[in-house]
Design a protein around this ligand. Structure first.
Ligand code: URP
Ligand code: ZN
Ligand code: ZN
Length: 470
C-alpha cells in the first residue's frame, strides 16, 4: 500500500484540535505534519475544510444475537459494514455463554460467526450466562485471549439472569484477573412480577414495556451491583444506563473513589417513553432498559452526566429486529403482538450513532468537539484495553480515521441506511455533519458515497485490560 497523506483538514482528538496533515504508511499513522512540509510520493486525500477524527468505537453491539425466539437482524457482515458507513471503525460485540454451555465454546462460536465477515476490526465481551467453577476458570483463559470484560444480567430471569451469589463469584474472579464486569442493571425478578400483573390487567401494548420496567428498579439494581463491586474491588461498567436513579448511584460511587463507570446510548438521549405509544408501532422502540419519560428529566440528567464525566461513553446497544419478516430470521417484533413481553428487545443504532452525537451533542451545544471524540472513540478504547492502537490519531496508532464534513448534512432514513433492518428509529431526522471518507487500518473503505471494503477486512482484536482510571 502506497503512503497516504490526509491533507488540509483539522485533526481533532480528545484533547487537541490542530491544523495538521496525517501521514499514513500501511495500516498505521506515521506522522502528524504541520502544513509546511514537502512529503512526496504519497497518495493525497484532500480534507480541506473537513474534520479529521479518530474512527468511532462502539463497545456495545449484538450482531446475530439470539433473543426471544429469533436473532438480531444484522449479521457481522451487514452490521459492521453499516457501522463503517456511519463512521465507526471498531466494535466490541458480545459473545454468549448459555446455561449448560462452556464459556470458551460460546466465545469460539462467536469468533466463527465473525471470522472473515467483518468490514472493521472487532473484539468481544463475554456474556457469562452460567457461573460455575468451570466458567470461573474459563474467565481467566478468555482474558488471555483478549476477552477482558464479562457481561452479567440482573434482568431476564430464566434467560441470561445471574443471582447475587453468581455475580459476587464472577466479580471476585474478574477482580483477580484485572477484568471488567459489565452489568445490565435492572431488577428482573421484580420486573417480571410487574409484567405478569400488567398482562393480567389486559395491558398488552408496547407502551407497557416502558411503564412496568420502572426506573427505580434500574436504580436499585445499579446500587446492588456497585455494592458487590465495592466488596470485591472489581472494575464495574454499567451498560446502557437510562435512568437518573441509576446515574445517581454511579455518581455516588465515583465520589467515593470506586472504579465504577457507565455508558449511555443515543436512544436514551434522544428518544423517550412517548415513542413506545402509538399502538404496536411502539414495538420499534422496545429495548431494555426502556426509553424513559422525558418530562421526569432523565434525558437532561444523562446529558449532564456526559458533561461531568459521570457517564464516560456513548455506545449503541445495537440489536435490531424487523417490524416485518426478516428475510432469514423470519418473524421478529411481531412475535409480541398481543403481549409486549414477547417483543424481542433491542433497537438498531450502530450506523447513526456518530451522526446523532455530532448533531445532537456538538451542533446543539451540549458537548464540545473534543468531548464528542472522547465519548465515542477515545474512552471506549481506554476503557476496554485498545488504546492507543485505537481511539486516537497519533504516531503508531492504527490509521482508523473519519474525514467528516462539519457543514455537510444528511437525513436518516430506512431508505438510505445500510443496517439490515426495515425501519429507522430516527426516520426523517435531519443531521448537520456528514461522514465523507472512512479509513480502516489505512484502507479507504468509504468515499464518494461508495463502499470499497470487503468482508474480512476487519480482524479480531485481542484486548488488554482496562486502561481507564479516573
Ligand atoms: O434491549 C436490549 N438491550 N437488547 C439487547 C440485550 C441487552 O440487554 O443488551
Ligand atoms: Zn443489556
Ligand atoms: Zn446490549
Amino acid at each position: 500500500m502506497a503512503k497516504k497523506l490526509i491533507k488540509g483538514g483539522t485533526v481533532v482528538t480528545a484533547i487537541d484540535q490542530m491544523d495538521a496533515d496525517v501521514l499514513i504508511d500501511g495500516d498505521q499513522v506515521v506522522g502528524l505534519l504541520g502544513r509546511d512540509h514537502s512529503v512526496e510520493d504519497v497518495e493525497v486525500i484532500d480534507a480541506t475544510g473537513m474534520l479529521v477524527l479518530p474512527g468511532g468505537i462502539d463497545v456495545h453491539t449484538h450482531m446475530e444475537l439470539p433473543f426471544g425466539g429469533t436473532k438480531a437482524a444484522d449479521t457481522f457482515e451487514t452490521g459492521t459494514r453499516a457501522a463503517a458507513w456511519g463512521g465507526t471503525t471498531t466494535i466490541v460485540d458480545f459473545a454468549v455463554q448459555t446455561v449448560g454451555e462452556s464459556a470458551m465454546d460460546g466465545w469460539e462460536a462467536w469468533m466463527e460467526k465473525a471470522r472473515g465477515n467483518c468490514a472493521i476490526d472487532y473484539g468481544f465481551h463475554m456474556i457469562t450466562g452460567d457461573i460455575n467453577d468451570q466458567t470461573l476458570k474459563e474467565m481467566e483463559l478468555l482474558s488471555r485471549e483478549g476477552v477482558t470484560s464479562f457481561k452479567m444480567f440482573m434482568a431476564y430471569p430464566g434467560v441470561f439472569y445471574s443471582d447475587d451469589g453468581q455475580i459476587l463469584r464472577a466479580m471476585q474472579k474478574a477482580a483477580e484477573d484485572g477484568s471488567t464486569i459489565c452489568m445490565h442493571a435492572e431488577n428482573g425478578i421484580a420486573i417480571d412480577v410487574l409484567v405478569e400483573q400488567a398482562l393480567e390487567r389486559g395491558e398488552t401494548d408496547p407502551i407497557y414495556h416502558g411503564i412496568v420496567r420502572k426506573s427505580i428498579l434500574e436504580g436499585e439494581a445499579t446500587h446492588r451491583a456497585i455494592k458487590l463491586a465495592e466488596l470485591t474491588g472489581v472494575q464495574l461498567y454499567i451498560v446502557h444506563l437510562s435512568a437518573q436513579e441509576a446515574l445517581d448511584e454511579v455518581i455516588q460511587a465515583r465520589d467515593q473513589g470506586l472504579n465504577v463507570y457507565a455508558e449511555t446510548c443515543p436512544q436514551y438521549l434522544f428518544l423517550s417513553l412517548e415513542n413506545l405509544g402509538n399502538g404496536f408501532d411502539g414495538a420499534k422502540y422496545v429495548c431494555s432498559p426502556p426509553l424513559r419519560d422525558e418530562e421526569a428529566g432523565h434525558q437532561e440528567r444523562l446529558w449532564q452526566g456526559l458533561r461531568t464525566n459521570d457517564l464516560q461513553i456513548v455506545s449503541t446497544d445495537h440489536c435490531p429486529f424487523c417490524m416485518g419478516d426478516h428475510h432469514t430470521f423470519g418473524t421478529q417484533k411481531q412475535l409480541g403482538q398481543g403481549d409486549f413481553s414477547k417483543i424481542p428487545n433491542g433497537m438498531p443504532g450502530v450506523e447513526p450513532r456518530m451522526g446523532l452525537m455530532y448533531n445532537g451533542g456538538v451542533v446543539e451545544g451540549r458537548i464540545s468537539l473534543n468531548r464528542f471524540v472522547e465519548i465515542t472513540a477515545t474512552t471506549p478504547a481506554k476503557m476496554f484495553g485498545m488504546y492507543p492502537k485505537k481511539g486516537t490519531i497519533a504516531v503508531g496508532s492504527d490509521a482508523d480515521i473519519v474525514i467528516f464534513d462539519p457543514n455537510g448534512s444528511h437525513t436518516i432514513s430506512v431508505d438510505t441506511h445500510h443496517m439490515d433492518v426495515d425501519y429507522s428509529a430516527y426516520e426523517g431526522w435531519e443531521m448537520r455533519g456528514k461522514v465523507e471518507t472512512v479509513l480502516s487500518k489505512g484502507k479507504v473503505i468509504i468515499s464518494d458515497d461508495q463502499y470499497h471494503g470487503s468482508p474480512g477486512d476487519g480482524e479480531y482484536l485481542a484486548r488488554g485490560t482496562s486502561q481507564y482510571v479516573i
